[in-house]
Design a protein around this ligand. Structure first.
Ligand SMILES: Nc1ncnc2c1ncn2[C@@H]1O[C@H](COP(=O)(O)OP(=O)(O)O)[C@@H](O)[C@H]1O
Ligand SMILES: [Mg+2]
Length: 377
């Protein structure tokens, strides 16, 4: 089956779209197209993400985004030399503007909530392809945290009978899927380990007065010194010891966290190096505590997400995970930048064919659930 996938993550860097050929657990990527958000759209999304705003802004962006998503997807179709009409289903994650997976007090009840914007009917109309969107609420309705959802796909793609593996995605937030050798779905542990690139990105924007939005190649961090006492202090946060399922986002590592980090008063290069090290150390902490421990480290850690391009971060990861072979997902035929968009193409197929695709062991849901809402063109 031909399927499409669209992902726009917490980094707010832009839109990733893929066209894939799916056959059981086999995925072949026919094309990948990445379209950065126009700066003013990125700014507008930041302004409605975990922020006080006017509902008009949210409503308008909800209808603007599918126009941009359609553009990115149609470009991927063009690159793949595939007509949209040949594509059976298109999965679109949408843009998260709020996520609170743990139930929180709400007018006398405890409510978990999540909101991804980018309307599926508009996307279906603009592309002519059936769209599955809004994947997370079905898991929340089943008592889960609505995240993470990619572990189902990691299980399909990377599970091995004889080798213990961890799939690590370093986007704005970093998350891992732990796949012990010979595991079954119910053995999979998956959670957000803490920040991915989000803190580094914000520091770069701060120190360059907005000229840079990330540390290209990790070159800036490479010139700085890591301050281990600050990393230690940040790792004392109760989040790292909390048992999964757990997830985090811009709510934890956004503007407030940046202020806290800047209060350490480090020189810019040291600050970025220390933030990158914090990301690596938090990943290692998550693996040590909940993925086999220091006694049984995973044989392989398979890395995807924009963080693979930060060479300093990758070096820190290898230093923190000396027992594991840290590799990029390409070696399994999955472009690290396209991985999450591919995952939503696979999840959309499952929904289209009526199969549940949350892993209760990963999200905490009481039962498997068919995810998302199907919008016909
Ligand atoms: N060439 C690069 N060098 C260093 N970091 C990069 C590079 N390309 C992308 N990144 C990092 O990856 C992030 C985007 O990663 P992505 O996987 O798209 O995250 P998300 O899913 O949160 O959008 C950027 O914000 C940036 O921090
Ligand atoms: Mg992105």
């Amino acid at each position: 089956m031909l399927a499409g996938g669209i992902m726009s993550g917490t980094s707010l860097d832009g839109i990733d779209a893929v066209v894939v050929q799916l056959e059981g657990a086999r995925v072949q990527t026919l094309a990948f197209h990445s379209a950065p958000y126009p700066p003013e759209v990125r700014q507008a999304l930041l302004a409605v993400s975990n922020a006080e705003t006017h509902t008009r802004e949210i409503a308008r962006l909800h209808f603007l985004l599918p126009e941009l998503y359609a553009g990115a997807f149609l470009e991927a179709c063009r690159k793949a030399r595939v007509k949209p009409a040949q594509i059976a289903v298109l999965g679109c994650h949408g843009q998260t503007i709020y996520h609170e997976g743990q139930p929180a007090p709400c007018y006398g009840r405890r409510i978990a909530s999540t909101l991804q914007i980018g309307d599926g009917n508009v996307l279906a109309a603009r592309t002519g392809v059936p769209v599955v969107c809004d994947f997370r609420p079905a898991d929340i309705a089943a008592g889960g945290q609505g995240a993470p959802l990619v572990p189902y796909v990691d299980y399909l793609l990377f599970r091995d009978e004889n080798e213990s593996r961890v799939a690590l995605n370093i986007g704005g937030i970093a998350n891992i899927t732990c796949l012990p050798a010979g595991c079954r779905p119910e053995d999979v542990v998956a959670f957000d380990t803490g920040p991915g690139n989000m803190v580094v990105d914000q520091l770069m924007a701060h120190f360059t007065a907005g000229r840079e939005s990330f540390d290209r190649g990790g070159a800036f961090a490479a010139q700085g010194a890591v301050h281990p006492e600050i990393v230690e202090q940040l790792l004392e946060d109760e989040y790292f010891a909390r048992r999964p399922p757990k997830s985090c986002g811009r709510e934890q590592y956004g503007a407030d966290f940046l202020r806290r980090f800047l209060s350490f008063g480090l020189p810019p290069e040291d600050a970025v190096a220390t933030a990158a090290y914090f990301t690596a150390a938090a990943v290692a902490e998550g693996i040590a505590r909940f993925a086999g421990g220091e006694d049984a480290p995973p044989a392989r850690v398979i890395v995807s997400g924009g963080g693979v391009h930060n060479r300093t971060l990758m070096r820190f990861l290898r230093a923190e995970l000396p027992e594991s072979d840290v590799v990029r997902s390409e070696i399994f035929g999955i472009d690290p930048d396209a991985k999450e968009a591919i995952a939503f193409a696979v999840l959309a197929r499952e929904t289209f064919e009526g199969r549940p695709a949350n892993l209760p062991s990963a999200t905490g849901a009481r039962r498997p659930a068919v995810l998302g809402k199907l919008c016909r063109p």
